[in-house]
Design a protein around this ligand. Structure first.
Ligand code: PLP
Length: 427
């Protein structure tokens, strides 16, 4: 594999972003380490100091995803949806790769500003904000927000009259997403004229339209219908004699992998068909899952075991009240591997090929806290590790302190694996 000189300076830059203060990169670039190698080396170097559970953020994945985004959607500016995973190092990496941010609360805004990101790189994309939160946005210079009700217009007029508004609309087709956001957010087509007029009468500027087709498993075809609907809102505003709109915000719903190519195709075509004549159009997206999901890997320790005939039951130290809430949804494909450290320093084995139907419990005293059922695993022992891939989206951000157990969120290592489609392209 070639040495990645350009990549090296890029990673150093990312690394010196303020989000990394006091942190250490756990691998060097010259190694040809996979994320599994990296996890093994973390555990092996200082086993007694390794708090379990922990997660590893792989910067390589973030860089590759940003390259892929730029390649597929060159005209769409990404605003990372912080709620998906607010890990400060991920935010720092994205900031230094040029991403902007979608925040939904003052705490999220503060995290992003703490990295030295300018407030004009933030959209306050929560259509319903409390008055004190609107005042906070005004005080720090976050000047673009979404709305979908007359009540919100009144609050913004009162507390942040210079704020630009983006009208959140509800897509009309069911995208088949597991997490539809349309039940809670988005103006209906027939509500649009009244909302635009309310904002205009209040002396507020409506500069664009946003939507969200829904997270996880949404059909990428849904972007087309929603972009067309957004176009009709641009036309309504113009028919009402309001100033020309310029922002088309296509929201989230992106997943990494081949589905992203399909989504990109639909989006690029729809923008071309419906917005061809909009000269000053600014298109933005709010990817959350896309950047976070595959960037984090979770390592948990086996802390208990019970044998009932063929069935093996294990307890691990993270669970559905911590990082692992998503594994209970049937859309989430669990990818989990096992690690055992032998008495010799280099011994990491799983030679057993025999597997058993296994149940894996989380650590809390609630039987719902069950991570895997009828899952085929080799015989595990106490202090073995279970490693879960793709654990970055809506994982640690949903963690609770239930029963006094914390999740992996406080214990994140930053690494850079050598696996890179970008590297292949360059060589
Ligand atoms: C949650 C959310 C997102 C991110 O959605 P993903 O499907 O994870 O990409 C983007 N925009 C808004 C307004 C959201 O609420």
């Amino acid at each position: 594999m070639p040495t990645l000189v350009a990549e090296e300076s890029q990673i150093t830059n990312i690394f010196s972003a303020s989000g990394f203060k006091g942190k250490k990169l756990v691998t060097t670039l010259s190694s040809e380490a996979t994320i599994s190698d990296i996890i093994q080396s973390i555990i092996k170097t200082k086993p007694s100091e390794i708090d379990s559970p922990f997660s590893v953020l792989d910067l390589r994945v973030v860089i590759d995803l940003m390259n892929k985004w730029t390649m597929n959607l060159p005209t769409v500016k990404p605003f990372y949806a912080v709620k998906c995973n607010p890990n400060i190092s991920l935010l720092g990496a994205l900031a230094s790769l040029g991403a902007n941010f979608d925040c939904a609360s003052p705490v999220e805004i503060e995290s992003v500003l703490s990295l030295g990101v300018s407030p004009d790189r933030i959209i306050y994309a929560n259509p319903c904000k409390s008055e004190s939160h609107i005042k906070y946005a005004a005080s720090v210079g976050v000047n673009v927000t979404t709305f979908d009700s007359v009540g919100e217009v009144e609050k913004i007029k009162m507390w942040h009259p210079n704020c630009e508004l983006v009208l959140r609309i509800k897509p009309e087709e069911d995208s088949g997403a597991r997490f539809s956001l349309g039940l809670k957010f988005g103006a209906l087509r027939n509500e649009v004229p009244e909302l635009l007029k309310a904002a205009d009468d209040a002396g507020l500027k409506v500069t664009g339209v946003s939507f969200h087709i829904g997270s996880a498993g949404a059909s990428t075809q849904a972007y087309r219908g929603a972009i067309l609907l957004a176009k009709t809102v641009f036309e309504t505003a113009s028919n009402l004699g309001m100033p020309k709109m310029k922002i088309l915000n296509i929201g989230g719903g992106f997943t990494p992998g081949s589905k992203f190519d399909e989504a990109s195709l639909n989006i690029n075509e729809a923008i071309k068909s419906y917005f061809e004549n909009e000269e000053d159009l600014v298109v933005i997206g709010e990817p959350g899952t896309y950047f976070a999901e595959t960037a984090f890997t979770l390592a948990t320790k086996v802390i208990g075991k019970r044998v009932r005939d063929e069935l093996r039951e294990y307890w691990i130290d993270d669970g559905i009240y911590g990082t692992l809430s998503t594994v209970v949804y049937d859309y989430f494909i669990v990818t989990c591997s096992t690690l055992r450290f032998g008495s010799k320093p280099d011994e990491v084995t799983y030679k057993d090929t025999k597997t058993y139907p296994s149940t894996v419990f989380g650590p809390t005293c609630d039987s719902t806290d069950t991570v895997l059922k009828e899952y085929s695993l080799p015989e595990l022992e106490m202090n073995d590790w279970l490693v879960f891939s793709n654990m970055g989206a809506y994982t640690s951000s949903l963690g609770t302190n239930f029963n006094g157990f914390s999740s992996s969120a406080k214990n994140v290592y930053i690494a850079c694996s050598s696996l890179s489609y970008g590297a292949e392209n360059k060589s």
